[in-house]
Write a protein that binds this ligand. Structure first.
Ligand code: PGA
Length: 251
């Protein structure tokens, strides 16, 4: 059985003090990692502080990285820098990176391969925009993002990756996808991955993201191909985050 994974994506929110308040509130209160995986992805500048106070059951992740180990890349963060702070995960290819910072599938693929090479677990995001959905291009978009994003990944590395299916029209809009849409798209992602990696696709975790909150997370988690949530605004509040992690315990 695939264990649910509940991932906070703080984006560009919280000061250091607010990040510390959050981790003090949740690190002792989250359920055991044997029951559900809890991950907090935060701005790079706070990662060291969070890692020091993460406790036994919270894992820490970055929100982005560059693929080179070092060099003249002003403002970028390398995989070596992330591993030296002991973070475990890194979000790659989030739609905000794709749209605002013009990251394409080839660049995202280099980041995925570099993260794996350095022992980091990529959370690879995919998802269609509203226009792409209206034009009937959902399957085409997901197939391209997954095929190119996972290019050259070794079969034995596949399950280190978590896929985040996030329809862009549902992110930060308060308009989440229905549970049925989330299920059918996550299933579609799994089928694409099965086409690339065969039966290993049954083992990879695929989470849904886009206006997930304590009130709706259970509906998503009931779906057979949804293995967790990638949560932005509702994850900023420690009580809401804890409620969503609790909801991830499989009965
Ligand atoms: P949201 O963001 O939960 O605020 O919609 C999700 C995400 O961008 O990962």
């Amino acid at each position: 059985m695939r264990k649910n994974i509940i991932i906070a994506n703080w984006k560009m929110y919280k000061t250091r003090e607010e990040a510390l308040d959050f981790i003090y509130s949740v690190s002792q209160a989250v359920p055991s990692k044997d029951l559900v995986e809890s991950v907090v992805c935060a701005p790079a500048i706070m990662l060291r502080d969070l890692v020091k106070r993460q406790g036994d059951n919270v894992r820490i992740g970055a929100e982005n990285m560059y693929y080179e180990e070092e060099g003249a890349f002003t403002g970028e963060i390398s995989p070596k820098m992330l591993t030296s702070t002991n973070v475990e995960f890194v979000i790659l290819g989030h739609s905000e990176r794709r749209m605002i910072f013009k990251e394409d599938d080839a660049l995202i693929n280099k980041k995925v391969l570099s993260a794996l090479e350095h022992g980091l677990k990529p959370i690879l995001c995919c998802g269609e925009t509203l226009t792409e959905m209206e034009e009937g291009k959902v399957e085409e978009v997901l197939t391209k993002q997954l095929t190119e994003g996972l290019k050259s990944v070794k079969k034995e590395d596949l399950t280190k990756i978590v896929i985040g299916y996030e329809p862009v029209w549902a992110i930060g809009t308060g308009k989440s996808a229905t549970a049925e849409i989330a299920q059918s798209r996550c299933k579609f992602c799994r089928d694409v991955i099965a086409g690339l990696f065969g039966a290993e696709a049954e083992k990879i975790r695929i989470v849904y993201g886009g206006s997930v909150k304590p009130e709706n997370i259970a509906d998503f988690l009931k779906q057979p191909d949804v293995d967790g949530g990638l949560i932005g605004s509702a994850s900023l509040n420690p009580q809401k985050y804890l409620a969503m992690v609790e909801a991830g315990i499989q009965k």
